[in-house]
Design a protein around this ligand. Structure first.
Ligand code: ZN
Length: 310
């Protein structure tokens, strides 16, 4: 079950993994473009589409269809069948079971955690204080979430864009949840299991996930998975400093002016595409983008503004 079904032997395998909570917006178009070009620049590469529909309450089937249609319209071509996290519960449970020595049930309610947060002076927004770490497990497990013990090593890795990044999970993150009280698995576990299963060896994604990476490296290490290479490109922010996301109601990407929109995405990623009038067809633009892609030109910052982008 844990052997990847593609053997990544000198083959570049990447993925785009949107969560279907709304249509594709400009920020997610940038994510798709960066991960696509980082893989398509290599011959015989695989670019996979994974739908992160773990959170069934927020995931809408309608949005999944919209995203797939938008990606197709923009000329993205993925290999293999689309992969759905909602169908992977068994695999996540198996990984969870393998980690059982490091996992304990947490019965803290949101209220308790908020109170602990208010009385702490910690700089980071959400560090679990370890309340249930050493409790005897005689409690009713039905309403418990399950956390993994964070260790206090410095987890360091070298990001292809952002450079060296280190985090001490115990002091910077705390014990984190792998399975929620409603029995659903969290992103941290799912992404690690799926990347390993799909043989993904190149993860290109937004820098808002940079500080999630040490948690994923930790899980990969415990599960015996080879970590992929990571490249975290800057996320787009609005003039008032807010990240463009589905949550803050960013408009969906324009479906009429695809070439111009892609040119904007490439420009944001530090590439220097010629004027849109140079490209008669979308395919010509993709050919140019693949041939001229240079990851080293992506700005080495966590976020940047692109004025009048939409
Ligand atoms: Zn707890």
């Amino acid at each position: 079950m844990y052997a990847p079904f593609f053997m990544p032997k000198n083959r570049h395998i990447g993925r785009f993994a949107p969560s279907p909570t709304g249509p594709l917006h400009f920020g997610s178009l940038i994510a798709a473009t960066a991960s696509y070009l980082n893989i398509r620049q290599y011959k015989n590469s695989l670019w996979l589409l994974r739908i992160e529909d773990l959170d069934r309450q927020r995931s809408l089937e309608r949005c999944t269809k919209t995203i797939i249609n938008q990606l197709e319209a923009y000329g993205f071509r993925w290999d293999k069948e689309i992969f759905y996290q909602s169908q992977r519960t068994k695999a996540y449970q198996e990984a969870f079971d393998r980690l059982s020595d490091f996992i304990y049930p947490c019965s803290c309610t949101r209220k308790i955690l908020q109170a602990a947060q208010l009385s702490s002076t910690q700089r980071f927004s959400y560090i679990y204080p370890g309340t249930c770490r050493n409790k005897p497990t005689t409690q009713d497990l039905n309403n418990c979430s399950f956390r993994i013990r964070a260790n206090s090593y410095e987890h360091c890795f070298t990001d292809q864009i952002q450079g060296k990044f280190c985090q001490n999970l115990a002091s910077d993150v705390g014990d984190f949840i792998l399975k929620r009280a409603d029995n659903s698995f969290t992103y941290q576990l799912a992404v690690v299991v799926d990347d390993a299963f799909q043989g993904v060896n190149q993860v290109t994604r937004g820098a808002d996930l940079l500080d999630n990476t040490p948690r994923q490296l930790y899980l990969q290490n415990l599960l015996g998975f080879t970590p992929p290479d990571y490249a975290h490109f800057p996320v787009i922010i609005s003039n008032d400093g807010k990240k463009l996301s589905k949550q803050n109601q960013s408009p969906e990407v324009n479906s009429n002016d695809k070439r111009a929109t892609l040119i904007k995405a490439l420009t944001f990623l530090g590439q220097s595409p010629p004027d849109v009038s140079e490209f008669a067809h979308l395919d010509d633009l993709w050919t140019f983008a693949i041939q001229n892609w240079n990851q080293n030109k992506i700005p080495k910052v966590l976020s940047q503004v692109l004025p009048q982008v939409l």
